[in-house]
Design a binder for this molecule. Structure first.
Ligand code: ADP
Ligand code: MG
Length: 240
């Protein structure tokens, strides 16, 4: 579903990604972790074309991002992305947040978009909030709306960048629960997170990054029980 081959990226003279290669198969959940500044956000943003790369190849669902003929807007519509800060449109209602891109990008008619929006709102347990504005919801609820909004687009894969790190502790689980359910339903997911409980529960593989490189890319149990590099060992010792 997602293939990265020797991806390198520079911000000016600073090389932020060096020769990153990995593969996420359909239905796989891959957790990306590593110290702050190691390039996790940059890596995940390259996957839906939010960050261009200077070297290497990225392929998502058979579409080459690096091919100049690729319509990035179309690809982005098919790869859901959820960020640390929920980035809902503050002046729109929850339901309007859920329908806007369906109508504008997928050209669904309004009624169909609303039906889909309400269905996904129910799925994240927020039906009662359809007509509120984002500001009236808690952070955890807003993040669940952000996930529902991404799912409204029928994505082929979902990317998450530290979706719970801006939340108060008591709200983290309500968001992780939605993500665990998605994983169990077979969604292909790349998740940047330090929630190792989540990783242990649903990840197929764990990628550990440091200084712009993928240092480890291992099956979950191998990563937790027997990390290969000293850097991953140090990292795990600090966060577990
Ligand atoms: P992480 O998500 O692992 O914390 P990032 O991908 O956000 O790491 O950042 C990796 C490195 O790239 C950091 O050193 C950061 O300062 C740098 N960086 C990130 N975005 C930019 C940018 N737009 N311009 C220049 N440097 C950047
Ligand atoms: Mg980051």
């Amino acid at each position: 579903m997602i293939t990265l081959k020797n991806v390198s990226k520079w911000y000016g003279h600073f090389q932020v990604l060096t020769d990153c290669s990995t593969e996420v198969k359909k239905g796989e959940v891959v957790v990306v972790c590593g110290p702050s500044g190691s390039g996790k956000s940059t890596l995940i943003k390259t996957v839906n074309g939010l960050e261009p790369i200077q070297k290497g190849v990225i392929d998502v669902n058979g579409i080459q991002l690096t091919d100049k003929k690729t319509n990035l807007a179309q690809l982005r519509a098919k790869v859901g992305m959820v960020f640390q800060h929920f980035e809902l449109f503050p002046h729109l209602t929850i339901l309007e947040n859920l329908t806007l891109a369906q109508v504008k990008v997928l050209k669904r008619d309004k009624a169909a978009a609303q039906e889909k929006g309400l269905k996904l709102l129910a799925r994240v347990g927020l039906t009662a909030h359809a007509n509120k504005n984002p500001g009236q919801l808690s952070g955890g609820q807003q993040q669940r709306v952000a996930i529902a909004r991404a799912l409204c687009m029928d994505p082929v894969a979902m990317l998450f960048d530290e979706p719970t790190s801006a939340l108060d502790p008591e709200m983290i689980n309500e968001v992780l629960d939605v993500m665990v359910e998605l994983a169990h339903e077979g969604m292909t997911m790349m998740v940047v997170t330090h929630e190792m409980g989540f990783a242990r529960k649903v990840a197929n593989r764990v990628i550990f990054m440091d200084e712009g490189k993928i240092i480890e890319d291992s099956p979950k149990d191998a990563f937790f029980n027997n990390p290969q590099s000293d850097r991953a060992k140090d990292f795990l010792a600090k966060i577990l």
